[in-house]
Design a protein around this ligand. Sequence first.
Ligand SMILES: [Zn+2]
Length: 405
Amino acid sequence: MRTREIAEELRPDLVALRRELHQIPELGLHLPLTQRRVLDALADLDLEITTGEGLSSVVAVLRGHAPSPAGREDRRPVVLLRGDMDGLPVTEELEHLDYRSGHHGQMHACGHDLHTAALVGAARILDRLRDQLAGDVVLMFQPAEEGPGGAEPMLAEGLLGAAGRPVEAAYAMHVSSSEYPLRQWFSCPGPIMAAADTVHIEVTGRGGHGSQPHFSLDPVPVLCEIVLALQTMLSRSFDPFDTVVLTVGRIAGGTKDNIIGDTADLSATLRTFSPETRTLALANIERVAHHVAAAHGQTARMWTTEAYPATINDRAEYDLARQVVEDLFGTDQYADRPAPEMGSEDMSFVMNEVPGAYFFVSACPAEDYVNAPTNHSPRAEFDDVVVPDAAAWYAEVALRRTAQG
Ligand SMILES: [Zn+2]
């Protein structure tokens, strides 16, 4: 297939770009060095480029030259391809890499450097195949996937209207440093990534001396009781086939062994798939916290931050994206996941607006992929052999979806 052939020709350049990006990981909404590198890599192509106002995003529109699909002469299809660009606050422990991070305490530990290079590759492939592209492609280079979220502000800045006509379908891919053998693609129809909400609870009692608890209202045991009550509530209130996970990852209170503080607080992550379950879980958490605290004459306050909805694969877009994997790489290079991932993704904001598909590909260089360090580990390693594969996948998906109308 032409997309794959061109991707192979581009291999040295794409791998070099990925390794450059790997050395300059940046965090959050502002990625000036990464954005500069992406703009340079696209500079010689005929694209309509806009950069973000409130974040260092890049949106590039590539226009196809093929005739419109039958019956679509007046309204050529527009599809969106997304690559996220941000790194993580992780200190890299891959001493053997000659292209390791040059930014101390920051690392491309989730492989977004591969996504960025692959999306640049897709732009270059599609540029060469404009005569076969029966629509327009919006290339979405996104910051802050790892928080606080870049997709939502990009949508607010007009992402889906960038081509002048609305985007009809959206696709994204993610590399994995473990779990599946190198170059294996995987996904599943329907929910693929969970919704994530960060939940905070603060219990307020009344501080005092540790030797005289009867003159105080100690919030620490009350908060501990809330942690346990929440797990009981979840296991008794929800359908076991409609997954809910709540992990209290942080709990804090007090300053010294013999001082009872006024307050104690926790932060937890809530993962769900259905919007109804998510709403109900949040309401139940608040109710349990409030009433457990009240039982001890104290008060509890709950609030949430950093909420990403669930990522749901549209059946038709999933079928198309999977067919592309099988045609490009062979049917044995695709496997349906037995269950969705409990991780979360802000591509979900885009896929809430337009139907789309989200796929994974293993970039695990180790033979023992089961025990290899996972994404986000300081030892997570990603083999950039998959960068041209992903570039070909993005490009082929865009070609087929626009041809289909
Ligand atoms: Zn990631």
